[in-house]
Design a protein around this ligand. Sequence first.
Ligand code: NDP
Length: 393
Amino acid sequence: MSRVLIIGAGGVGQVVAHKCAQLPDIFSEIMLASRTKEKCDRIAAQLKRPIRTAKLDADKVADTVVLIRQFQPEMIINVALPYQDIAIMDACLETGVHYLDTANYEPPDVAKFEYKWQWAYQERFKEKGLMALLGSGFDPGVTNVFCAYAQKHHFDEIHTLDIIDCNAGDHGQPFATNFNPEINIREITQRGRYWEQGEWVETDPLSWSMTYDFPEGIGPKKCFLLYHEELESLVKHLKGLKRARFWMTFSDAYLTHLKVLENVGMTRIDPVEIRGQQIAPIEFLKAVLPDPGSLGPLTKGRTCIGCLMKGVKDGKERTVYIYNICSHEEAYAEVGSQAISYTTGVPAMIGAKMMLSGKWTGRGVFNMEELDPDPFMEALNLHGLPWKEIISQ
Ligand code: NDP
């Protein structure tokens, strides 16, 4: 029986609120707080049990501290934007509250995907006897847990890892992003990077591709190599790893739109002055693109996100592919959001459930693969993200 404060009432916040509300034994009281309170109230009105809502600018540590002291949650589920991570961690330290997020901290003025800022909180969380769980979404999140599960049950050593993220859904819009456009476009337009033999190797943005044949009728799709944040922690924690890469599918139409937007300067994150106002073009672009939340009823099809791992067990080589397939339509029918928000929000709820039920405990800052994967894997099957594995010798 615990109180939880969810911060962020976007696509992911909506799913987290629905999923937490489904488990009153774990999440006995829920508060949803975000910059725009109306969004919290709109989500609250969809739920079968009452939750509290509040207006909060989580960039202001003092405001978050006041709200925490009023509501007295045991933990915070941070599903606002990556820019708020550090401020919310500071508020947790000040008030003695556990912390969870789904994306690593990014400074607003430079697209950097690194855990260094949050790993620097290790000692402070330890000293206070608090736990911070980083990256409890799907990727990062479930993908880290798939790796930990494979390392525990299927391998003595994992030698190569390919995380492959496929959205085989279609929203019928000429161009839209499935989660926050600013965060999404910053991630995709940066240089690619993978890890090999202890070194990071850089590639030009979206310059490497492969075709992967996805299971269960999804079929072959072109995937592009990207840098993704879970690689940074996984290369530290997987034994014997020689290479780690991340791939994501994009349609030709998506890539053409992105190229044009980039060429005309609309993806720039540095502000330009317009009629006396400083506006980053990407923020303006976000304002004119479809709200990812509005894509829920329009999106059809499935996502397939999984980890393809090769390595050795008892001296023999083997390949293991662990994946989840999630239907956009089924996600919408359950919680009113498409599968991208669903596959992020469900693991955020499960991570919180692990912490509040005492299955995952610890002092300090943790990445997902550092904790026992078994109860999390079991919970994925229970809460809407069933997984499968294919093992070949
Ligand atoms: P949205 O843009 O839909 O929602 C973000 C929410 O945060 C909005 O409600 C926004 O408020 C609120 N917010 C922004 N700034 C503040 C602030 N200063 N104080 C309080 N609230 C604030 O994003 P998503 O729901 O799509 O994504 C949420 C998080 O999930 C992001 O960090 C994203 O990177 C992460 N993510 C992780 C994935 C994974 O697999 N690990 C996959 C997809 C997303 P307002 O409405 O007023 O703007």
